[in-house]
Design a protein around this ligand. Structure first.
Ligand code: 13P
Length: 286
């Protein structure tokens, strides 16, 4: 079932209170939408966010992917929100809200502070008209959303706790994505989060925090984040890698008969297993 915006926000708040997190899994196409929904159905008590867009719209097209994700969520037995990830475009945000997205992320992290506030305030205004909740970002997260580039965070790009409190007060967002050493995509050496900085942000910002770049994060780092206000984690690269590894191993069997369905099926199954592992890990949080 598709969680409404208020229901989704309630789930986020409950995760925040219990030091757990809702996973936001990025979906690009039919198989990845189906895979994430299947993983959510295997964990009926743990809400999941299907993050369909904005970057995946470049691959699948906005309308087809929006409809696919919303329909898959609505017809599933699992509790699923449909979330717009990393949007810098108010027209795109409005289109998704009108279609029925239950939350959106407005990403003004590349903008000067005042411009980020202005963009975020406008996104919040539009989202409220549709009952959706809003995630914004402060601080710059390195890496690419669709390809692992082995980037690293410079300390200057990290979220400043005092500025974060000011940002939240001025924008009225529901959740804040932070840069505390986290990186989009896999890195050659495991990421070490700046947990003291995260703790400081948690103590100054009164809303759930979001950790992007959760793929490959060592378990103690993830647990450290969950006990310091992180209530939503974003995962993409881990699902992409699972998909590609499954395709690679199935390819020799598929090529002789041009059996493309077996490739898609293997990829989908691998993404379900990867997403399911992450939901299990989050469900087992104390
Ligand atoms: P990863 O690709 O590192 O999992 O990050 C995903 C993400 O943050 C999407 O917004």
């Amino acid at each position: 079932m598709l969680l409404t915006g208020p229901e989704g926000l309630k789930s986020l708040t409950e995760a925040y209170a219990s030091h757990s997190a809702i996973p936001g899994f990025v979906a690009y196409n039919l198989e990845t939408v189906q895979a994430i929904v299947a993983a959510a159905e295997a964990h009926p008590t743990h809400p999941v966010l299907l993050q369909a867009g904005s970057s995946p719209f470049k691959h699948a097209g906005r309308d087809p992917l929006m409809r696919l994700a919303l329909d898959a969520a609505a017809t599933s037995s699992a509790s699923l929100g449909v979330h717009l990830d990393h949007s810098r475009d108010l027209d795109e945000i409005t289109a998704c809200l009108k279609a029925g997205y239950t939350s959106i992320m407005v990403d003004g992290s590349h903008l000067p502070f005042a411009d980020n506030i202005a963009l975020t305030r406008e996104a919040v205004r539009r989202a409220r008209d549709h009952g959706a909740w809003v995630e914004a970002e402060l601080g710059a997260l390195p890496g690419d959303e669709d390809i692992s580039t082995n980037a690293t965070t410079t300390p200057t790009a990290m979220t400043d706790p005092a500025q974060a409190a000011d940002f939240v007060a001025q924008t009225d967002v529901d959740a804040l994505a932070v840069a505390v050493g986290n990186v989009h995509g896999f890195t050659t050496t495991p990421v070490t989060l700046d947990l003291p900085r995260l703790a400081k942000i948690h103590s100054t910002v009164p809303i759930p925090l979001v950790l992007h770049g959760a793929s490959g994060l060592p378990t103690p780092q993830l647990q450290g984040a969950l006990t310091r206000g992180v209530a939503k984690i974003n995962v993409n690269a881990e699902l992409r890698r699972a998909y590609l590894q499954a395709v690679q191993s199935q390819l020799p069997n598929a090529l002789p008969g041009s059996d493309v369905v077996s490739i898609w099926t293997a990829g989908r199954q691998a993404v379900t297993e990867a997403a399911s592992r992450i939901i299990t890990q989050l469900s087992q949080q104390p």
